[in-house]
Write a protein that binds this ligand. Structure first.
Ligand code: ADP
Ligand code: MG
Length: 359
């Protein structure tokens, strides 16, 4: 079988879209031109003032590097409280966290899931239905075989893939409200053996929840970055945030373009995030649920700009899976959605409104 040929490969870090503090495309040259404002009126009791530089916290969570940068006069510990929410959600959404809600559902030890997990699954299934099989959360048995999270880099056998594919069919998953147990708001019905993988979905939802938490605690100017899943909270004292889109297969700070964004999400999916190379081929983590093998198309990366990050996360993976023409069509037909595609010759293809964001 043919898979994408190797080009110059360097370190594949988790970050794709990086929030930059300056306008330059060279991260080393970035300078921050924020004006410090004191007494900036806010409804929240905490009387924050804009700082020249953001307060930033970093961590390795959700199997990736994450950060929150807030343009407020606060102590770092304030942001660590928000960051800690990731642990709770990882427990709920990860297919690998033993004893977690999704893990238990996948193991068949329960058919009940908490309301947040149920609602996220419903949203993902809605997009799955319109994807003609390109995007399916029931792909878990197959992604488990490829196991990009462990770094083991084993190519599964055709037989293993064939067998796992029998369990992949999102149309056979249904959710119904359940009032039986506290915290178990949905009953999920799915064929025995099916495993749900929310790797293409969860970080977007978690980013939305972190934003909600920041706002509820009076922070209205921040950038949340969950391994390239970026969500801008408000703006930077009236100016947009500069969000760099990383150049695939290049150094960590090489940008292919920079977006100017206010109060919206930018999520990148692509083949240079998690992959391995064998026999001159790249095997990456976005799987074609019809074949069980990584997608082979003309794209290296897709970035989707939306209002909320849950939609952005789903659509960035889906647009990659759809390929250039269908991804552009999807962006055209979906309100408040722009897409920036990086092809395998590093050329950019963008939806109509995306150019305005790159100025
Ligand atoms: P990231 O892991 O960087 O957030 P994505 O959002 O693009 O990247 O999601 C890729 C992940 O989605 C894979 O690692 C896997 O867990 C899952 N996945 C892979 N192929 C599919 C697919 N066709 N449909 C839905 N989910 C998929
Ligand atoms: Mg995604």
């Amino acid at each position: 079988m043919k898979l994408i040929k190797t080009k110059a490969i360097f370190l594949a870090a988790g970050l794709i879209a990086l929030p930059l503090s300056g306008c330059s495309q060279n991260a080393a040259e970035n300078s921050n031109n924020d004006t410090t404002l004191t007494g900036n009126p806010k409804e929240n009791p905490a009387a924050f003032t804009f700082k020249k530089d953001p307060v930033t916290v970093n961590a390795f969570k959700l199997d990736t590097y994450i950060s929150i940068s807030a343009y407020e006069d606060i102590d770092e510990s304030y942001l660590y409280d928000t960051l800690a929410l990731c642990d709770r959600y990882e427990e709920m959404f990860s297919m690998h966290k033993e004893g977690g809600a999704l893990y238990n559902l996948n193991e068949g030890t329960t058919d009940k899931v908490p309301s947040e997990l149920g609602r996220v699954m419903e949203t993902a299934l809605k997009w799955s239905q319109s994807s003609d099989g390109a995007f399916q959360i029931s792909v878990g048995r197959v992604t488990e075989l490829w196991d990009f999270t462990s770094g083991s880099h084993v190519i599964p056998s055709d037989n293993e893939i064939k067998s796992a594919l029998k369990t992949v069919d999102d149309t056979k998953i249904s959710l119904s409200p359940s009032d039986s147990e506290e915290g178990a708001a949905y009953t999920v019905s799915m064929p025995e053996g099916t495993k749900i993988d929310l790797g293409a979905v969860a970080k977007g939802y978690i980013a939305d929840k972190l934003k909600e938490d920041l706002i509820s605690r009076g922070i209205t100017s921040a950038v949340i970055n969950l391994g390239g899943n970026v969500l801008c909270v408000g703006d930077k004292n009236g100016d947009p945030f500069n969000i760099g889109i990383r150049k695939p297969f290049a150094g960590d700070t090489d940008m292919i373009t920079v977006l100017k964004l206010k109060d919206c999400s930018a999520v990148s999916s692509g083949i240079s995030e998690r992959y391995f190379e064998e026999n001159g081929r790249i095997y990456h983590h976005i799987i074609n649920p019809r074949t069980g093998y990584p997608y082979e198309n003309e794209l290296w990366q897709s970035t989707v700009i939306t209002k909320d990050s849950l939609t952005g996360d789903i659509l960035s993976t889906l647009c990659y899976a759809l390929g250039t023409d269908k991804a552009l069509e999807l962006a055209k037909n979906t309100p408040d959605t722009e897409v920036i595609l990086v092809k395998d010759d590093l050329s950019l293809v963008t939806s109509d409104g995306a150019n305005d964001l790159m100025k």
